[in-house]
Structure formats: structure tokens, C-alpha cells
Ligand binder design. Structure first.
Ligand code: MLT
Length: 337
């Protein structure tokens, strides 16, 4: 009798606990544009682990890699409309919806990982994140740092812009990047990321550009031979949540989500520093790719591409926005025109 009296509350509370766990447990869907193994996936995986740990398993984040949930630009729309919880996509695929982030995709503004971190984690990053909520309806929770975008192609070594002649290059649907290629004298082919591998495989396009880690994760070495070791854009890949979804969370859960995003961002930075060199080496030694150094320390690439900057001042919120970024990086203000 005595035992029964003691056991009943224990049983009741165990049932209540189980019920409350069921009630609060949630599965969130995260779209990832790249294949598993790249920087996007690392960011997503760490975010999911952090959420699991910080909520005692109440929030499970399920990762859908390789564009399974649609093109990167579609997943941004879906997150914004509340049809998807989370997405990780390249910044260049956010720019069309939130033009001020274009300051981070202007050619030759960010030169390396350290500069990328400085801009994204400082005042500029905060302002761009606010603008992205306003313009695109999604909140940036964290950043994947993926490295410089390198041009790859299947046909010939490309050391200077003149070597691009005769090549059809796939470029994201991003006006700044399209204009950069036009400045180098080619007419690029704007294609969604999810269609890029097939287009390269079928020879519809000869080349594309993305960081070493992405080239490896996407197995582009199966369909590409040459890599130009240039660095015209540093690839940043934000993790975003629909703002409607974010606002539907309790203040405590919002804080948890933001902290998980910060922890995942830090991990992404460390991952890039630890992995990029090894992956570059394996693209050559294991997968037989050839790395071509840009001629004249990239002089022609830089001179021709940076001429497009003034055309985008209005879109990025004024020349002063670029000047602010350049000042943080210790550089001279941009030209007026
Ligand atoms: C693109 O080229 O569209 C993206 O930058 C690729 C990516 O998301 O990794």
C-alpha cells in the first residue's frame, strides 16, 4: 500500500513528462543547396546539433541537402512565405531579393576569410541582416564561410580574362556576377545552382565558379578539369529562417536559435581554415584537376571587374556603403564612377 502511494505520483509525472516532451517536440526542415560534405552542410549539421543539445532534444532539425527542396532562390521564397523553416544558400542567391547584401558580392571587395568574418560579424553584417528581414522576409541566423570562388572549366587553362574566349560559363542569377563576366568579355549563362552539375555534365556550359570545398562536395571534378586560382568573390552562405517562423517562437527559443546560429558560424569558420588547403590538394592529387595561377597577379581580372562597382552603388544603398566596408578592411574609398 505504502509502495503504491509513492509509486503513483512517480508514474503520473513520468507520463506527464513524456506527454509534454511529445507536445513540445518539433521537427524543423532545413534546405541545403549543396551536397553533404561542404561548408553549407557543416553549418547546418552543427546548427542541428546545437539545437538538439540546447533544447534537450525538443527541436530536431532535419537536413535536406543537394537542392532536394528546390533551387536556392526557391527555398528563400518558401522560407519567407512560411512554407519552410530554414535554408542555407549562397549570398549571391539572396542578393536579388535583398539588394543591399550585394556589397558582399561586388567583385574583389572581400579577399579572404578574415575579411569575410570582419564584415559579416561587425556592424555591416548586422545592418545587412536587418535589411534582409525587411526586404526578403528571412532572418540570417548564421554564416558559412566557404572560401574564394574559383573558376573551373572543362576545356583549357584560363589565366587571364582573354582566355575565357569561346567558353560558356554558368553564373548564378545575380546581376553583379553576370556583369563581372561581361566585363571580362564573355556572355555568361545564368543558371540555377540546382541545374549546374547537369549543365556541366551535358556540356551545355563549359565552366562555373565556386570555392574549392564546394567544387569537391559537388564532385565537379567528374566534369571539370581546370581551376583558375583567382578570388573575385568570397563565398558567404547564410543560414536563414523565415521571419514569420522566428516571430512565432517564444523569446527563450528565439535566443536559443540565435545562439545556435552563432556557435555554428564559429564552427564554419574553423572548418574552412582547417579543411580548404587539404581539399585543394586532393582536387589535384586525387581527382586529377589542374590549378592555373592567374596571370600578372590577377591584375586584368581585378581592373576589368572592379569597373562595374559604380553601376551597383544605388542597389547596395549608396557608394558610402561600399566605402564603409572598404574602410573596415583598411582600404581606400571606391571611385565615384
Ligand atoms: C551558386 O553558385 O549559385 C552558389 O553559390 C552555390 C552554392 O550555394 O554553393
Amino acid at each position: 500500500m505504502r509502495t503504491y502511494k509513492l509509486a503513483l505520483p512517480a508514474v503520473v509525472s513520468a507520463v506527464c513528462l513524456a506527454l509534454s516532451a511529445n507536445v513540445t517536440a518539433a521537427n524543423w526542415k532545413m534546405a541545403i543547396g549543396d551536397s553533404a560534405g561542404g561548408t553549407q552542410y557543416e553549418l547546418g549539421k552543427r546548427f542541428a546539433e546545437e539545437m538538439d543539445k540546447r533544447t534537450d532534444g525538443d527541436i530536431k532539425v532535419n537536413l535536406f541537402a543537394n537542392g532536394q527542396l528546390g533551387s536556392e532562390q526557391d527555398t528563400l521564397n518558401n522560407a519567407s512565405m512560411g512554407m519552410l523553416d530554414l535554408s542555407i544558400l549562397a549570398i549571391n542567391n539572396i542578393t536579388p531579393f535583398s539588394p543591399t547584401v550585394g556589397v558582399l558580392t561586388l567583385p574583389y571587395v572581400i579577399h579572404n576569410a578574415e575579411e569575410a568574418k570582419l564584415l559579416t560579424q561587425g556592424e555591416i553584417g548586422k545592418e545587412l541582416a536587418e535589411n534582409t528581414i525587411r526586404d526578403a522576409g528571412v532572418r540570417i541566423l548564421g554564416w558559412a564561410y566557404s572560401g574564394c570562388r574559383r573558376l573551373t572549366n572543362s576545356s583549357k587553362p584560363v589565366a587571364s580574362p582573354a582566355d575565357l574566349k569561346g567558353l560558356v560559363i554558368r553564373v548564378p542569377k545575380n546581376e553583379i556576377m553576370l556583369a563581372s563576366y561581361k566585363a571580362w568579355g564573355v556572355n555568361p549563362n545564368p543558371l540555377a545552382w540546382s541545374e549546374t552539375f547537369t549543365a556541366l555534365q551535358q556540356g551545355v556550359v563549359h565552366g562555373q565558379d565556386n570555392p574549392y570545398i564546394t567544387i569537391d562536395a559537388m564532385k565537379f571534378y567528374e566534369v571539370q578539369k581546370y581551376i583558375t586560382n583567382s578570388c573575385y568573390v568570397f563565398s558567404l552562405e547564410p543560414l536563414v529562417m523565415g521571419e514569420g517562423k522566428f516571430q512565432s517562437l517564444s523569446p527563450e527559443m528565439q535566443a536559443t536559435v540565435l545562439e545556435a546560429g552563432e556557435a555554428a558560424t564559429e564552427h564554419s569558420y574553423e572548418y574552412l581554415l582547417a579543411e580548404e588547403e587539404g581539399i585543394k590538394k586532393s582536387l589535384v592529387e586525387k581527382h586529377g584537376m589542374t590549378i592555373v595561377e592567374p596571370a600578372n597577379d590577377e591584375k586584368e581580372w581585378i581592373e576589368q571587374a572592379t569597373k562595374i562597382w559604380p553601376r551597383f552603388y544605388k542597389e547596395i544603398g549608396g557608394k558610402e556603403k561600399l566605402d564603409e566596408a572598404l574602410a573596415i578592411l583598411g582600404r581606400e574609398p571606391a571611385p565615384d564612377k
